[in-house]
Design a binder for this molecule. Structure first.
Ligand code: PLP
Length: 424
């Protein structure tokens, strides 16, 4: 297909005419398609149904004799720690098992730093200025936490191998009000990028001016592969230890998209010194998390092999959906120089970049035809995409026929907005 930029005015006009006709045909169907959030579909949830059939008597006693029906155990039963230690490639004493949500663990970690500080540092709320680096496009809920607590966000460009590390290194070494950075290092939300070893090494060797600077390493998609040759992510906790920066990283993850969102198990991994610090206040916050669910997950998955073979079943459901999106993108947008996108090897999203200053208009047009997309700009701090070009596509939830229709509408909108822009 010819680049839109090489089309004459007349050619653009006739292209617009055809696209408008197609758009109106879809509009007349009164569609109501929701592509907004990266939720698993019902079929994926069914995969873990058997877990709920484990008899209650088998969920009573943990390996160390703990009665899982009773109070106690702040940081997780041994079976759950062992499972997550394998998943995150850390030792069991670097694991803290939480409740049902890793986002909750992240929120609590920031709230704790705000009110109590980190390992004896001044509580962030007592400082004049607290800033976070936000590689973008990124996860909107990370940014929402910063916004809620009044933490100033600095947008960092995402490149194909991870965040722009030249800028990260420079800023953290110069400014002690920069207290953290949000990272989704594997199959990133939304780009689907996995940070290279070099990027992980540069992270672990950061020389932050703030002693209480922390990397928030949200490894939400660590086992969520879509191919037989999964991306590999270097172990950041080990790299930090090797670099003498033992306490610099907090790793987060959960089984939300392995078993059940909202009823999975969340986990945090960090240095033993950080864990000791966190436990001081966590012990005031709770007597312990849901051990029955921890044991249920540990019995069901058994080990990392168990998780991996379960995730293959997820991939079998998801791969055709991702392929549908990518095939329609390639077929309708390929070669036209009006959009670019990644082909992720895992995770939950396809990230689409339109021409500059087109994303909002595309989302508006799609919504008028009954296709709801994640708000344009949502993948940037303060909802402000400086180039107004990024759209996060979440293909997992809708049935494939619905997905196909939604993406067809989307690509028509991208072409229409681009052609009109080039014409005017
Ligand atoms: N982190 C990332 C990067 C996500 O994309 C999501 C959900 O979409 C979450 C965390 C939420 O995790 P949880 O369900 O464990 O709170």
């Amino acid at each position: 297909m010819k680049s839109y930029k090489d089309l004459s005015k007349e050619e653009l006009k006739s292209e617009i005419e055809i696209l408008e006709k197609r758009y109106n045909e879809f509009k007349a169907q009164n569609l109501k398609l929701d592509m907004t959030r990266g939720k698993p579909c019902a079929e994926q949830l069914d995969l873990s149904m058997d877990m709920l059939d484990i008899p209650a008597v088998e969920l009573r006693k943990a390996a160390d004799g703990t009665d899982c029906f009773n109070y106690g155990v702040l940081d997780g039963i041994p079976e759950a720690k062992a499972l997550f230690a394998q998943m995150l490639e850390v030792s069991t004493d670097e694991i803290m098992v939480g409740g049902n949500s890793s986002l909750n663990l992240m929120y609590d970690t920031i709230a704790r730093a705000m009110s109590l500080g980190i390992l004896g540092s001044t509580p962030w709320s007592k400082l004049n200025s607290v800033k976070f680096l936000c590689p973008s496009p990124g996860y909107d809920r990370h940014f929402a936490i910063c916004e809620l607590f009044g933490i100033e966000m600095i947008t960092i460009d995402m490149k194909q191998d991870g965040p722009d590390m030249d800028t990260v290194e420079k800023l953290v070494s110069e400014d002690d009000s920069i207290k953290g950075i949000w990272c989704v290092p594997k199959y990133s939300n939304p780009d689907g990028i996995t940070y290279t070893d070099e990027v992980v090494d540069r992270f672990s060797n950061l020389k932050p001016k703030a002693k209480d600077f922390r990397i928030f390493w949200d490894n939400a998609y660590c086992v969520h592969h879509l191919t037989e040759n999964p991306d590999k992510l270097k172990n950041i906790l080990k790299a930090c230890k090797d670099a003498g920066n033992d306490n610099m990283v907090y790793i987060f993850s959960s089984t939300s998209k392995v078993s059940f969102p909202g009823a999975g198990v969340a986990v945090m991994a960090t240095s033993t010194e950080n864990i000791k610090g966190i436990k001081k206040s966590l012990t005031i916050q709770t007597i312990g998390h849901d051990k029955i669910n921890q044991l249920r997950h540990a019995k069901y998955f058994k080990n990392l092999d168990g998780i991996n073979s379960h995730m293959k079943k997820h991939a079998d459901i998801l791969k055709p959906k991702f392929n549908t999106v990518l095939e329609i993108f390639e077929g309708e947008l390929g070669g036209k120089d009006i959009a670019s996108w990644n082909k992720p090897n895992g995770g939950y999203f396809v990230s689409l970049n339109t021409m500059d200053n087109c994303a909002k208009e595309v989302a508006k047009l799609a919504s008028e035809a009954g296709v709801a997309l994640t708000k344009a700009g949502a993948t940037f701090p303060y909802g402000n995409d400086p180039r107004d070009r990024n759209l996060r596509i979440a293909p997992t939830m809708p049935p494939i026929e619905e997905l196909k229709k939604a993406i067809e509408v989307l690509v028509i909108c991208v072409q229409l907005v681009s052609a009109n822009k080039l014409l005017n």
